[in-house]
Structure formats: C-alpha cells, structure tokens
Design a protein around this ligand. Sequence first.
Ligand code: HEC
Length: 108
Amino acid sequence: MKTGKIIATALFITGAFSLASAATAEVNFKRCIVCHGTKAEKVPPGGTIVSATLSKEELKKTLKEYKTNKEHGGKMKATMQLQVKPFSEEDLDALAEYIFTNFHIDKK
Ligand code: HEC
C-alpha cells in the first residue's frame, strides 16, 4: 500500500516537472524569435542554418556546446554564446525538445 502511494507521488512529481520545463521552454524561446523566427524557420542574421531542420540530438548538442566550448560554432558564435549564458543545461535540453517537437522541418 505504502509503496503504491510513493510510486504514485513520484510519478506525479516527474509529470509535473516535465510539464513545467515545457512551459518554461515556451517562455524562454520567446528570446530566440527575434533572430530565428517564431518557428525557428529562419536563418539567423549572419548564420547559415535553420534551427528547425536540426534533429533533437543536434539541437541539444549545439546549444550545450555554445555554452561549454568556446571554439564551437561559426563566425557568429559569440552571439549564441551570449544567448545560452542565462540557461542551465536542463533549460537548453528543454529548449531543444520544444523546438524539435513543435517546429521540426524535414531536410529535403
Ligand atoms: C541576436 C540574434 C540571436 C538570438 C536572440 C538567438 N540566436 Fe541562435 N543563432 C544566432 C546566430 C547568428 C547563429 C549562428 C552562430 C554561429 O555562427 O555559430 C545562431 C545559431 C543557433 C543554433 C545553431 C544552428 C543554427 O540554427 O544556426 C541554434 C540551435 C540556435 N542558434 C538556437 C537559439 C536559441 C534556442 C535561442 C534562444 C535561447 C537563440 N538561438 C537566440 C542568432 C541568435
């Protein structure tokens, strides 16, 4: 009986957590729209890639690399280093999930 209750509580907490991070990502993504478009469908100024074409793993990796690896990225990398600065790795993963889930465009 007791175990059931603990498991139910744990499931509830995990569920609430992922909902919260999806909602946070939606809010955080508003900062990206000015350069990447409302659906991550634009090539950012000075950039070369449409973020919406990247896979979920590519998005997670590139966002975290901008945060941890100074050498990562193209000639505009300094712009993105500044953008990812306020976010934790969890926030960046949630942003990647959000972009992929809502806006993904298949590369032709
Ligand atoms: C001031 C404009 C600007 C803002 C705001 C901005 N970006 Fe970028 N982003 C760029 C530029 C420019 C590049 C290309 C950087 C390079 O040369 O490495 C880029 C690159 C990226 C990339 C790598 C692939 C690609 O699309 O070029 C991802 C993913 C990305 N940005 C996501 C985000 C997310 C998520 C946010 C919001 C938290 C954000 N960006 C905010 C300008 C911006």
